[in-house]
Design a binder for this molecule. Structure first.
Ligand SMILES: [Zn+2]
Length: 56
């Protein structure tokens, strides 16, 4: 069995096959969020930075 890095949404803790790498708060750190949570964090957020889409 290979070691697989599980990427869970930082906010809702659900494991999705497609995750979005973003920064959304201060201090800035890279986190993974799902599509639904992405909508919330990017809205009116000056700290929001998009870092790419990750697929399994
Ligand atoms: Zn989520």
């Amino acid at each position: 069995m290979t070691k697989q890095r599980i990427k869970q949404c930082t906010i809702c803790k659900v494991d999705f096959s497609t995750m979005y790498r973003v920064q959304y708060k201060n201090p800035k750190e890279w986190v993974f969020v799902c599509k639904e949570c992405l909508k919330d964090v990017k809205k009116d957020n000056p700290n929001y930075t998009y870092g790419g889409t990750w697929k399994k």
